[in-house]
Ligand binder design. Structure first.
Ligand code: PLP
Length: 392
């Protein structure tokens, strides 16, 4: 995104501010479609649940992967057909099941035999079920992001998965098998290893028609074309339907978080205290993520300070309140910084910690800027408290 545009948006809407380029999201969808023309794509809503993004994806024919009643409600509200929605996750409480049943979602991925026992008491009319397998692969990512190891809480061990899948087949509801091995996976070959394991199980499940390889594609550079070259022919040969569930890869690079430098404190290490921190961007504190951060300078000859080295920090009284560590920047007080790759797991993980106010969100659509969510005000912090007062 161009610095002039970003500077203008920050001046108009204030900082911190999330900006998403919907056309960039659309380009990722097209690239995925081209690599996998016959697959069904389910966007993992938790990456970024903004209504504007969901609506754009719905118009592009992308479905949604939803793990909470809030995500399912958002996907439906954005116009995603229920048939294009896949409900998953280790929870699936009664509220989520009730909404999924009323909507008659296309697919559910079961994480445990207990979930199936709950679903089958009152089945949605036509929903088909996948079984999530814990394949025991190490995706070589941050431990918080590795979800397919033998110790992970997700899915069923292979033999248990086959047993549950047979029960589903007997009930006429079996769709297939599902693996989501983790996030920020850089090597497409990992999915081939996962498919190797699944094929062994599918041999025992003649009624399975679908294989869901999950999401987890790393940004910025996951090679979806290589993934396609590695798995498409194998899946076609077995006459299976392929499902994919990318979240981050579709939206991360399409978004930036704009933040203003409040103070530059001398070091070493220097500290750039910004108006955005862990309440607006949690990934640095939670995962040690180090997103690219650059100074936004609309005109070449704008004042630049001396180059310094240090941490880009947030405004709260908390050591983990940080955007980036050990950076070299020439930013001075009042400068605007852009935290890049912020379109995924940015606003979706933002909180009101320290009663900090969540940022506004702006989208660029055909090059035109549009405010899609207001900055929170203090009144938003106590709105639900006021509503709970007995006199209300
Ligand atoms: C989070 C999640 C995804 C998306 O992961 P990304 O790394 O954002 O692509 C897909 N499927 C499941 C089951 C998930 O939990």
């Amino acid at each position: 995104m161009n610095d002039e545009v970003l500077a203008r948006l920050a001046a108009t809407y204030g900082t911190p501010l999330y900006v998403y380029d919907l056309d960039a999201v659309g380009q990722r969808v097209e690239r995925l479609r081209k690599a996998f023309p016959e697959a069904r794509h389910y966007y993992a809503v938790k990456a970024n649940p903004s209504g504007a993004i969901l609506e754009r994806l719905a118009r592009a024919g992308v479905g949604a992967e939803a793990i909470t009643v809030g995500e399912l409600a958002r996907a439906l509200r954005a116009g995603m057909p229920a048939g294009d929605i896949l409900v998953g996750g280790p929870g699936q409480d009664e509220d989520l099941r009730a909404l999924a049943r009323a909507a008659d979602v296309g697919r559910v991925s079961l994480d445990s035999a207990g979930q199936w026992a709950a679903w089958k008491r009152d089945l949605p009319p036509t929903t088909r079920f996948l079984v999530r397998v814990r394949p025991d692969v190490d995706p070589n990512t941050h431990p918080h992001l590795a979800t397919g190891t033998a110790e992970a809480k997700f899915g069923l061990a292979p033999d248990d998965a086959v047993e549950l899948a047979r029960e589903l087949a007997a009930a006429g509801r079996l769709d297939g098998l599902h693996v989501h091995a983790g996030s920020m996976i850089g090597d497409p070959a990992l999915y081939e290893t996962i498919l190797d394991g699944l094929e062994g199980l599918l041999d025992r499940l003649p009624d399975a028609t679908t294989v869901d390889l999950g999401g987890g594609f790393a940004v910025p550079e996951f090679d979806v074309e290589r993934l396609a070259a590695g798995v498409r022919a194998r899946i076609r040969e077995r006459r299976l339907t392929l499902l994919l569930e990318p979240g981050r890869w579709l939206v991360a690079d399409a978004g930036v978080l704009l933040t203003r430098v409040l103070w530059r404190k001398p070091g070493p290490p220097e500290h750039w205290i910004c108006d955005a921190g862990m309440a607006h961007w949690l990934r640095t504190a939670l995962y040690g993520a180090e997103p690219p951060i650059r100074v936004v300078r609309p005109n070449e000859d704008a004042f630049a300070g001396p180059l310094g080295r240090g941490d880009v920090d947030g405004p709260l009284c908390e050591n983990a309140d940080r955007l980036g560590r050990d950076r070299r920047l020439d930013a001075v007080e009042g400068d605007l910084l852009a935290v890049e790759q912020a379109g995924a797991y940015g606003m979706s993980m933002a909180s009101n910690y320290a009663s900090d106010l969540r940022p506004a969100e702006v989208v660029l659509d055909g090059g035109r800027a549009r405010l899609v969510r207001l900055r929170e005000s203090p009144e938003d912090l106590w709105r639900l408290e006021d509503a709970a007062r007995p006199e209300n």
